[in-house]
Design a protein around this ligand. Structure first.
Ligand SMILES: Cc1cc2nc3c(=O)[nH]c(=O)nc-3n(C[C@H](O)[C@H](O)[C@H](O)COP(=O)(O)OP(=O)(O)OC[C@H]3O[C@@H](n4cnc5c(N)ncnc54)[C@H](O)[C@@H]3O)c2cc1C
Length: 403
């Protein structure tokens, strides 16, 4: 291959560029993305950057040395509008075209918006650096904050706002929002952190409508819930998931279905196109490491670690021209809330037994998930990174080596 374009300059895209060079690709490597900023990391946007303890420079995923070492052609602030797989050309929004022999799709997702929030001042989402800068500025006026969506992102925003001493309400339509990921028992421990730190938690309640000022340029003043309660608010942060960025691939021959469909090696129906990161919906049936992925058929992850793991696999397969290695996810992710890091590794099943290994489930602890045959499927830690690391090594890594 002479030219490979990586589309998307975030976690998955930058990692794919590195992986391609590590795997021996010495041709032209173009990294193109519509975000105008030097490639940056997203996890700190809801944590240290939002709190004001980290600056923009702390987020950089690439510096000038990396760019030179990797011999990257970096095209920032330009959207890719279309891939023509027949002529092997990418059409860019600035009118330029790039002839390619291979493409890495790393276009991630954009924040899902809440109906009724469009055009209303004070209803931000948090996905990009610009979003985070705007939200950080808004928090400086010490607003009353309502966070809609108590998944990991919403939980982190609530935590950071409380750390800043703001009045925060965390709202979710589910009774136990993290249960699908952590199971009921551990989701309860994670949810309890909010109330313990003074966040007003409203679960099983949804937004009936936003209250706003009238006239031109409406500004949010509150949130009316489905039970009639009204929460006064100056800022309503919406954290209700993402929509994969795939519009530019329509009509390209790449199969799309809630993301870009790939095989177990992150390769699409076109062998010269691979997909990685939040946008990639891969075939879990090929994975021997993740029994729950096998059960689900296809999976799409929205985690930093899997984005990087997939990039390594995809780079090797793209260069091989076919799937030679498959993606075996470690199932690791973390979230920082109220001074505690929540960490999960492995693949818990919905009916797994959960056992507290040590610590206090109301504060800092580690836990083990076991499947029907008594095997450890996953380990979890809250505010206990060293004990979590030990447990992960003994229960998952060594067990895998012994298998
Ligand atoms: C605030 C925040 C906090 C997070 N915290 C954690 C955490 O604690 N732990 C964890 O595991 N994960 C966390 N995540 C998730 C993690 O950051 C994502 O899984 C990761 O960013 C995915 O990387 P990606 O490169 O696949 O996609 P993205 O980060 O979405 O990047 C895709 C890039 O492609 C660009 N793009 C899209 N369409 C086009 C186009 N047509 N042309 C050109 N460019 C395009 C986008 O603008 C974007 O720059 C967090 C995410 C956010 C937003």
């Amino acid at each position: 291959m002479r030219t490979i374009a990586v589309v998307g300059t975030s976690v998955a895209g930058t990692r794919a560029a590195r992986s391609l060079r590590d795997a021996g690709f010495d041709g032209r490597l173009v990294l193109v993305g519509d975000d105008p900023h030097v490639p940056y990391d997203r996890p700190p946007l809801s944590k240290g950057f939002l709190a004001g303890t980290l600056g923009e420079a702390d987020l950089a995923l690439l510096d000038a040395d990396d760019e030179a070492d990797l011999a990257l052609e970096l095209r920032l602030g330009v959207r890719v509008e279309h891939l023509d797989a027949h002529t092997r050309r990418l059409r860019l929004a600035d009118g330029d075209e790039i002839g390619v022999d291979g493409v890495v799709v790393a276009t991630g997702g954009r924040a899902r918006r809440r109906p009724g929030g469009a055009g209303v001042v004070g209803v931000p989402a948090l996905r990009t650096l610009d979003d985070a800068v705007a939200l950080r500025t808004a928090l400086g006026a010490r607003p009353r904050v309502v966070v809609v969506g108590a998944g990991f992102l919403g939980a982190e925003v609530a935590s950071t706002c409380r750390t800043l001493g703001l009045d925060v309400t965390l709202l979710d339509g589910a009774e136990l929002p993290l249960a699908p990921v952590l199971g009921d028992r551990l989701a309860r421990s994670a949810t309890a952190l909010h109330a313990d730190h003074g966040t007003d938690v409203r679960l099983g309640r949804s937004v009936a409508r936003l209250r706003t000022t009238t006239g031109a340029g409406p500004r949010v003043t509150g949130v009316e819930l489905d039970d009639g309660a009204v929460l006064p608010a100056d800022v309503v942060v919406v954290g209700v998931g993402i929509v994969p960025n795939t519009a530019w691939l329509e009509g390209s021959g790449v199969r799309l279905h809630d993301g870009v469909r790939t095989d177990a090696g992150m390769v699409t129906d076109l062998p010269e196109v691979v997909a990685v990161g939040d946008v990639a919906r891969y075939d879990g049936a090929g994975s021997s490491d993740a029994p729950n992925d096998r059960a689900h058929g296809t999976r799409r992850h929205e985690h930093w670690t899997s984005a990087g793991e997939q990039a390594d696999v995809a780079a090797r397969n793209l260069l091989a021209g076919r799937t030679t290695v498959t993606f075996g996810p470690s199932g690791y992710f973390w979230s920082d809330q109220y001074g505690r890091t929540l960490q999960l590794a492995g693949h818990p099943g919905p009916d797994d037994h959960v056992e507290i290994v040590d610590g206090d489930p109301a504060d800092r602890f580690t836990a083990r998930y076991t499947g029907p045959s008594g095997n450890t499927t996953a380990v979890f830690g809250m505010g206990s990174p060293r004990a979590f690391g030990r447990l992960r090594r003994t229960e998952l890594v060594r067990a895998r080596q012994a298998a």
